[in-house]
Design a protein around this ligand. Structure first.
Ligand code: XIL
Length: 343
């Protein structure tokens, strides 16, 4: 081949992937990870779903596959079938995995909740649970949601199975145990409803600040961002919240974003949704400590919203048919405008 033809072919190779770039490539150029929750059953059965995941995202969180009920269904038995499938898929497509979730008061199995365990037994169970998962995926799962939703709506520590059974230091213990099992892993606290201003955001701040001041190995905070056009936090409040968390030396993450709408969704609401996603992503991109932006699902077909919020749905970037919605284009535009050099 003529040398100039070679150069042109090389240039084509470089420019072609950009022309077809998914959000993951644009996000990478902008210096963040772009993620989603993954439904492993869909991953195993729906090729179009798997294709969409690999094209658009470079960070995945198992929607349910690593939760206590799924992964540890009996005291002496773990089931890693789904979790292993997800991690293998992520590795095959150069995606990071965020493990989810080690200490949470939901989706706990009956053997645990009805077991009448003493404080010491519960500590031993939780330690073994955490260290079994984190050790198994050491070096393969880059970050963990170690603890979630430990703050109540009033901003006070939530009274839960774990806080009652182990005592208030269960959070510090969980982070220490996870860190022991994988000292390289990025350990996060994850919560909802505390993205902007208010009692809950302050409660989350107090809990993570307290862990930092105790020297507990916590590295990041995930703000879930399950919102609707009626209650999405103003950008200025989200910005201030991300800034104060960053000032504690913590990374931040928009960890589970979806914007639920009354269904069928009106054009006006789809446009509002696009604006809310766009503004949230902009705030994250402008804050150097904001490392990732994840949605809680890919297509509206597999979203958790219709089941948990009857009459609501259409919350994600892709429609039931897997096609991009108006919000997709607005997210894409923001990512494209962002430059790695800014971060
Ligand atoms: C949800 C899943 O999406 C559902 O499939 C499941 O039935 C219940 O949990 N915050 C979280 C997630 O951190 O783990 C929740 O996931 C949604 C709210």
């Amino acid at each position: 081949m003529h040398p100039r033809a070679l150069v042109m072919a090389a240039a084509l190779l470089i420019t072609l992937p950009t022309a077809a770039a998914g959000l993951r490539d644009l996000a990478q150029a902008a210096g963040i990870h772009f993620g989603t929750a993954v439904n492993v059953e869909a991953l195993n059965t729906d090729a179009a779903y798997a294709h969409l995941l690999a094209r658009e995202f470079n960070l995945v969180t198992p929607e349910n596959a690593m939760k206590f009920t799924v992964v540890h269904p009996e005291r002496e038995r773990y089931d890693f079938t789904q979790a292993d499938a997800l991690v293998a898929f992520a590795e095959a497509h150069a995606m990071q995995v965020n493990g989810h979730v080690l200490v949470w008061h939901q989706q706990l199995p009956d053997w645990l909740m009805q077991g009448q365990f003493s404080q010491d037994e519960l500590k031993a169970i939780l330690r073994e649970h955490i260290q079994t998962l984190v050790t198994r995926y050491r070096g393969r799962v880059a970050s963990w949601d170690v603890a979630a939703e430990a703050v109540g709506e009033d901003g006070q520590p939530r009274d839960t199975f774990w806080s009652r059974g182990i005592g208030p230091d269960y959070l510090a213990l969980a982070f220490r145990w996870a860190h022991e099992a994988d000292p390289q892993a990025h350990l996060r606290y994850n919560d909802y409803g505390g993205e902007g201003a208010g009692a809950k955001a302050d409660g989350i701040y107090r809990i993570v600040a307290d862990l930092r001041w105790q020297g507990v190995p916590i590295h990041g905070v995930g703000l879930q961002m399950h919102v609707s056009p009626d209650d999405a936090p103003p950008s200025k409040d989200l910005r201030a919240n991300l800034q104060r968390l960053a000032a504690l030396g913590l990374a931040t993450h928009i960890s589970e974003m979806d914007v639920m709408l009354p269904v069928p969704a009106s054009r006006a609401n789809l446009n509002k949704q696009a604006v809310i996603y766009r503004d949230t992503l902009k705030v994250c991109l402008a804050q150097p400590q904001c490392r990732s932006f994840s949605t809680w699902g890919t297509t509206d077909r597999y979203s958790w919203i219709p089941e948990y919020f009857p009459g609501k749905g259409a919350a994600l970037l892709f429609g039931e048919d897997g096609q991009p919605k108006p919000v997709y284009e607005s997210v894409r535009r923001v990512l494209r405008a962002a430059r790695a050099s800014k971060r």
